[in-house]
Design a protein around this ligand. Sequence first.
Ligand code: PHE
Length: 447
Amino acid sequence: MSERVKFATKLGVIATTVGSAVGLGNIWRFPYEAGMNGGGAFLLIYILCVLILGIPVMCAEFVIGRRSKSDTVDAFRKLAPGSRWHYIGYIGVLASVLILGYYMVISGWTLEYLFRALCNDLTGKTAAEFKAEQNAFIQSDFRPLLWIFLFLIINYLILAKGVQKGIEKMSNILMPLLFVILIVFCIRSLTLPKAGEGLSFFFHPDFSKITPQVIVRAMGQAFFSLSLGMGVLITYSSYFSTKTHLIKTAGTVALLDTTVSVLSGVIIFPAVFSYGLDPVAGPDLVFVTLPNVFNQMPVSALWSSLFFLLLTVAALTSTVSLFEVAIAFFINHMHVSRKKATWTMILIIAILSTICSLSIGAWEHIRLFGKTIFDACDYFSAIILLPLGGLLISIFIGWVLKRNISREELTNRDKLHEPLFNAIFFSIKYIAPVIIIFIFLSGFGII
Ligand code: PHE
């Protein structure tokens, strides 16, 4: 059997994994979820979900991926031959396709806004004009598709180059860039006149807004933001070397990802308050409210271009990781070349994201469980499939796979002194499954 490809460097391991985690979930979704659902109270529950559920489940995925060195379906086949556990892998491939379907649409929007910012077309408008333009754009038939296809081509160019020369190289360049832009924005935002008001809105805990449904959303957000529960991290960790320190990597990724989410709030809310706009704008916060904020700043085209570049970069490193789940699976199971597998996936996603995009406009009347196809893909994959995948993965590691295998992987065969092993294993085996089940049952009103 040929040797599995590996990420070449330690930086590559962190850059690719953080690249997958940091995405639209942090910059687009997290601030509006927190803004609508209790500010600091949401943040607190979110951080608890990351610590108690996120880090253990991430370690569990790392054990499965690095031990098996396989795609997400074969990983379970190798570790539990003759069982049905590999169905978890199929759930992962399905989730990656569904998420890509709508994620690609929003990624396309980021390109449109980047383009308009660069052309200085986001200036001199009123709040109502921003809103009307956004609506007209996302509901139109063709223009969003153009950007989706362009984004798909960029994905193809990176993915076809392979794991080291494509994914790793891109992440090594783009992730440092992303952090630099974030820091520049933090400085800009914190020096605005009403920064304090924005921060107190973001951090002030309003526990009256916390309902069981909000807790389900916070948990879904944690799984989504950390790219958990669907095999991205199983696939990526199959490219880790035997020397990678898995628990430390999980801690670093969780810390950096949460930092980006918090910084996004720290950037967005002071700006929104300083220009007297509505902080509870929901999904419109980034595409309507923020352009309006930049519009009122000096050198507005520079700020809006930088911001939408940040969003595009964040989206790109995440879509690449979502694609890699299915591509690694195709290469292994259909015995096709990397290029062919990549093309096939790009075509499937082109079709699905076209449907998702049209479901906001011309096909808005088509409803699944009362939601548009776009919203249904989002809700079903992010809020349901990912925590469900995380639940099954933790049961698999805690109860099916021999404890010794987890121990060998998480301590690099006892080469590392790892005092946290027992605590992490305990969380994977007992705490994560019980809490995920409890949150689901209470969120859906069953208990
Ligand atoms: N974590 C990414 C984000 O926050 C989205 C993602 C989810 C990527 C699941 C891969 C897997 O935007």
